[in-house]
Write a protein that binds this ligand. Structure first.
Ligand code: A3P
Length: 297
């Protein structure tokens, strides 16, 4: 059981190499950036709210041949440490957890590609990048920042949209994040997957991950993994739904971590004027790439 301490608060963001990060991460930046993985370690990278937890569950199940019980051995944050997270107890520090684990490990990060510790590239670690359309991310992040009491106050919705467009939220610009990994995906052998594709056809996308990881599990097992990683099953799984994080850290009475898990919920939050303004800016910020994001499926 995790217990919160008085040290839990909404930490400010501090600039690290041009990226706003939680102050506790910024203060420990040297040891985070010097982390050296084993070549067998696998990195799951995302901008916040892109479906990180979903991808983590899929990868853990693939590595354990779809064994649901084994994948309930511990909460997500313990099974797959969050590399840069560093906050007072009860949040386990990523580096502390990683030191106690033997490779091959699966590691989570939200760092933009240029801040990922060099060792991941030098050791040619496998990297799975999950991306999600900007408008659904924005809505999801807005609710998350209200209930995650270690993140800065989100403030009102309209202002939050502008902070997102300017790259002022934790882990910086979504636009730069998705583009950074996209441009390097072939060169660095990054598996780039889209939340919307996973929603549309999880069987197909889980198979892609399986091939990328050089695993071979039966079609029955993939089918089982599809079921075990459905939104509803994960929402009810105490080892995957973040219910083990105490209320002073994640106040799920404000909003559940497993909130909706849908594509296109943004239409219920953006006014037509906000949507138009956002789209114009989006076209400009994304003009140099052609990532096949879908805002509806
Ligand atoms: P919503 O807030 O839109 O519901 P992350 O894990 O990167 O923080 O992302 C969290 C988002 O992914 C939340 O989005 C959450 O509901 C959604 N999510 C988590 N598990 C999911 C699943 N199995 N299927 C679909 N969406 C899922």
């Amino acid at each position: 059981i995790l217990r919160a301490t008085d040290a839990i608060r909404r930490f400010p963001l501090i600039d690290v190499g041009g990226i706003p990060l939680m102050s506790t991460i910024a203060e420990n930046w040297k040891s985070i950036s010097e982390f050296c993985p084993d070549p067998s370690d696998v990195l799951i990278s995302t901008y916040p709210k892109a479906g990180t937890t979903w991808t983590q569950e899929i990868v853990d199940l693939l590595l354990h041949n779809g064994d649901a019980e084994v994948c309930k051995r511990a909460p997500t944050v313990v099974r797959i440490p969050f590399l840069e997270i560093c906050a007072p107890p009860p949040i386990p520090s990523g580096l502390d957890l990683l030191r106690q684990m033997k490779p091959p490990r699966v590691i989570k990060t939200h760092l933009p590609i240029q801040l990922v510790p060099k060792g991941f590239w030098e050791n040619k670690c496998k990297v799975i990048y999950m991306a999600r359309n900007a408008k659904d991310i924005l809505v999801s992040y807005f609710y998350f920042d209200r209930m995650n009491l270690t993140q800065p106050e989100p403030g009102p919705w309209d202002g939050y949209i502008h902070k997102f467009m300017k790259g002022q939220l934790g882990w910086g610009s979504w636009y730069d994040h998705v583009k950074g990994y996209w441009k390097e995906r072939n060169e660095r052998n990054i598996l780039y997957i889209l939340y919307e594709d996973m929603k549309e056809n999880p069987f197909r996308e889980i198979k892609r991950i399986m091939h990328y990881l050089d695993l071979s599990v039966s079609e029955d097992v993939i089918e089982r993994i599809v079921q075990l990683t459905s939104f509803q099953v994960m929402k009810d799984n105490p080892m995957a739904n973040y219910s083990y994080i105490p209320k002073p850290v994640f106040d799920q009475s404000i909003c559940a971590f497993m909130r909706k898990g849908e594509v296109g919920d943004w239409v219920n939050h953006f006014t037509p004027a906000q949507s138009q303004m956002f789209d114009e800016d989006y076209a400009n910020q994304m003009k140099d790439v052609d990532i096949p994001f879908r805002f509806n499926i």
